[in-house]
Design a protein around this ligand. Sequence first.
Ligand SMILES: Cc1cc2nc3c(=O)[nH]c(=O)nc-3n(C[C@H](O)[C@H](O)[C@H](O)COP(=O)(O)O)c2cc1C
Length: 326
Amino acid sequence: MEKLKPTFWVRDVPVYGDVILSPMAGYSDVPYRAICRAFGSAMQYTEFVPVEMLLGRPNPIWRALDKQPDEYPMVFQIFGNDAHLILRAAQKIEAWGPDIIDINMGCSTRRVSGRGAGVGMMPQPELVAQTFSLLSQHLRVPVSGKIRLGWDERQNYLEIGRIMADNGASLIALHGRTKEQKYDGQANWQAIARLKQAVNIPVIGSGDVTTPDDIEQMKAETGCDGVMVGRGAIGNPWIFARRNCEDLTAEEWADTIRWHGQEMVAYHGEKVGMTLFRKHLKKYVAGRPHLAPYEPQLMQITQMIHLNHLLDEMVTTNPKSFSGKL
Ligand SMILES: Cc1cc2nc3c(=O)[nH]c(=O)nc-3n(C[C@H](O)[C@H](O)[C@H](O)COP(=O)(O)O)c2cc1C
């Protein structure tokens, strides 16, 4: 049998594939990662977890770093504003089995960036250097970071990227917006191309990829090693199989939602799982106007059996509306 060739390496960790589910707080849990991985997502990122919570007593936030045996490569993402605390937390969670530890330097919320964590690290090049130098010296697993273009229009992603690479980082993911832009405007893919040229470690591009064509376009325009899909993957895990969701049959659509629902129940329990599933359901029906009448019921769902009935009804009463373009 022919041996599979990795698409790229994160130091000594092979990555097979070029499309990756973005870390997303509130979405990148065990169930959704399982669905996206099955469709082809090539890396498994957790949502970001504050180092202070990891160093304290066991608490429910630790569950964000749960990992299933078949998840590979598994990336645990953490954030903080103190290199020594970040190192202590990273050393602690290294024992929990990640393949890579990632530092979030992209979160733009005031609560995080305002105290110098998340994208708040980007105006502090010395802190970035110290953090990556400490982590790469003291951890066995490779270390990566996810950044933005910078804090404001004085974009310093090239400087930060070089500092990361010079201090032992093995991978950089870049979301092509500044902190001040939050999620406004269009992501700058040219910047991803510039970063790729500037460093000799793999670069993952992030921002505004919502279709299979976008994946190819970002790769062609930037030369990046991998493409992250965030918001465009919510309600659309088929993108990892490079499928347009308007090309699905009604059964394919419903089967995936059923499966996702079952994973939610298995991991979170029925009550919590179904409640958390509502935000996904909202996106699964978005852009399908003929399903809009079902939304109020979906937003109150508490039981898998009820979800199954609703899906059956949606498929049998609207089979035609699913095939072809909506
Ligand atoms: C709801 C939500 C939660 C997010 N949480 C995280 C996070 O925990 N860690 C992180 O690095 N980025 C996080 N991001 C940023 C995404 O990973 C991604 O870089 C950004 O959304 C741009 O990509 P997109 O246009 O494909 O969504 C989050 C984004 C959203 C919309």
